[in-house]
Design a binder for this molecule. Structure first.
Ligand code: ASP
Length: 534
């Protein structure tokens, strides 16, 4: 939680360093009758006649008010003389958040009354005329970042919530980052922005899809989980380098880090390998990364899926802190602790531990009890140690230790995933770890036909601070191999994908791609301080 004045300063700090500098050549006053925004006036403007439009942020005792728009705040002095009694009455009676137009003269604030925290803090505007353009009724909550309000109320009055500095900042930052990404992809690297259809048919595997009724009874469209098939077809069509800020639809139930519709930066390239895609994404993020968040170092470190599971108990490790999982089976083999010996007696039975260096100091008995309870409730799931590691970190942080600095960004590539995993609901059947179009690892291709469970893939995920923020793969470009995977391994009806299989037979180039923005922390959540999603 940031204190209001800190948040306010941060906001202005960000605006100054990122938005204002990058937008310094932008004319915010074109096509409208205002002369300036509420964030623009400085001592250099003293003496100028100005017209401002904005919302009333505060009004004090009929003496002054603060006017706000998307760019900032300006102090307005209400005239007290008889000739302006009409203006005084108008402004003194207008409720907060009413939208007004004022004209007046910029003057310096009296000595000692400057506000160094406000970019417009040296000046004020002495009002000549004013007009209430629309009055505001009683608000459901105050438009101040530090006023606590429930999520439900914020959603109901989203348009009011959007007036806050934080959300204004988030949406503008998102827009700037997407613009920088377009610049990097199209202008520097020759990508083509192509829009693809959203009324489509079923794609086997993956999430549940949303259906849209058609005019023909019993027939439905599916909303695509991603433009995966379209972008592959674009490669067959010789586009060479495609990207799209693409809307995707997945019915993933109540997973807290997912949303039914979200946006991703969707990319596909011909004649590329895994390393090529990784360098492209590192360059893209470095180019579009907001300056105020510091720079990011490339290349990003890389870890195999196997290492990730062994050391962190998850395929999306948060590498901002240690507390890795260690195998202590050998150490305990000679012990006479019965339950340990039981565990070790199973085939491939191991005993693993997490060392919590500060645990003695920070963890209380009730914390240890809650860890034990979670361990019990996840008994037999191999992800258990991964979640215990995160839970221990939560407990340490609740006790005051900072382990996961939210201003630090640890990017990580996770590579060498298995091509197939046992289905959760029926482990004797296989499903694609990424999607059915992913190519096998070149050194494992022959295993595809003998033991598909052992095949590694050319699938890579981008992980940021323990969240999966992107993923992609090099694709199968041989129709024969694609048909084998669909029919023989996944036991899918390949008819559903006959159009794609046919396309692969017409000289499809080798190709691969990626999508950034799967997890809601990335490109589409409008609420939080954004990572990339605003
Ligand atoms: N279509 C994939 C996804 O949205 C990304 C990719 O493989 O390029 O997860």
């Amino acid at each position: 939680y940031l204190y209001p004045n800190v948040l306010h300063q941060l906001y202005w700090g960000y605006r100054e360093s990122f938005l204002c500098i990058r937008l310094s050549f932008v004319d915010f006053n074109s096509f409208v009758t205002r002369t300036n925004t509420c964030g623009e006036l400085r001592s250099a403007h003293v003496g100028q006649e100005v017209t401002l439009y904005g919302w009333i942020q505060y009004q004090r005792q009929g003496l002054f008010l603060v006017l706000r728009d998307f760019q900032g705040l300006t102090q307005i002095i209400i005239p007290q003389d008889e000739a302006h009694s009409h203006v005084k009455k108008l402004l003194s009676n207008a409720p907060v958040e009413s939208v007004v137009r004022v004209t007046g003269t910029v003057s310096l604030r009296p000595p000692g009354q400057e506000n160094p925290k406000m970019p417009t803090g040296d000046i004020e505007v002495k009002v000549e005329t004013a007009e209430i353009l629309n009055s505001c009724k009683k608000l459901p909550f105050e438009i101040k970042d530090f006023i606590k309000k429930t999520e439900a109320l914020r959603m109901q009055y989203r348009y009011l919530d959007l007036r806050s500095f934080q959300l204004q900042y988030n949406l503008r930052l998102r827009s700037q980052i997407v613009m920088r990404m377009r610049e990097y992809l199209c202008n520097l690297h020759g990508f083509v922005d192509v829009e693809t259809p959203t009324l489509f048919k079923r794609t086997p595997g993956g999430a549940k899809e949303f259906l849209v009724p058609s005019r023909e009874a019993g027939k439905f469209y599916s909303l695509p989980q991603s433009p995966q098939q379209f972008k592959q077809l674009l490669m067959v069509g010789g586009l060479d380098r495609y990207f799209q800020v693409a809307r995707c639809y997945r019915d993933e139930g109540s997973r807290p880090d997912r949303q039914p519709e979200f946006t991703q930066i969707d990319i596909e390239m011909s004649f590329v390998d895994q390393a090529g895609i990784q360098r492209l994404i590192e360059g893209l993020l470095q180019y579009s990364w907001p300056e105020e968040r510091g720079s990011i170092t490339t290349p990003f470190p890389s870890m195999t899926y196997e290492e990730a599971l062994a050391d962190y108990g998850t395929d999306k490790p948060d590498t901002r802190f240690g507390m890795k999982i260690v195998d202590i089976s050998d150490f305990l083999r000679r012990s006479d602790i019965q339950f340990v010996q039981n565990a070790l007696s199973y085939p491939r039975g191991t005993v693993k531990a997490i060392c919590i260096p500060q645990g003695v100091r920070y963890l209380k008995n009730k914390d240890l009890e809650s860890l034990k309870e979670s361990a019990k409730s996840q008994f037999n799931q191999c992800s258990a140690l991964g979640s215990l590691r995160l839970e221990s970190a939560d407990l340490l942080e609740a006790a005051g230790l900072v382990l996961r600095n939210p201003t630090v960004f640890h990017f990580l590539w996770v590579v060498d995933f298995p091509l197939f995993l046992p289905k959760e609901e029926n482990p004797t059947e296989l499903e694609s770890a990424h999607h059915p179009f992913t190519a096998p690892h070149p050194s494992d291709t022959s295993l595809l036909y003998s033991d598909p469970t052992k095949v590694r893939s050319q699938h890579y995920d981008l992980v940021l601070n323990g969240n999966e923020v992107g993923g992609g793969s090099i694709r199968i470009h041989s129709a024969e191999q694609q048909r084998f995977v669909l029919e023989k391994v996944l036991k899918e009806d390949s008819e559903v994908l006959s159009h794609l299989l046919e396309a692969l037979e017409f000289g499809a180039p080798p190709h691969g791609g990626i999508a950034l923005g799967k997890c809601s922390l990335f490109l589409c959540h409008q609420n939080r301080i954004p990572v990339l999603r605003a």
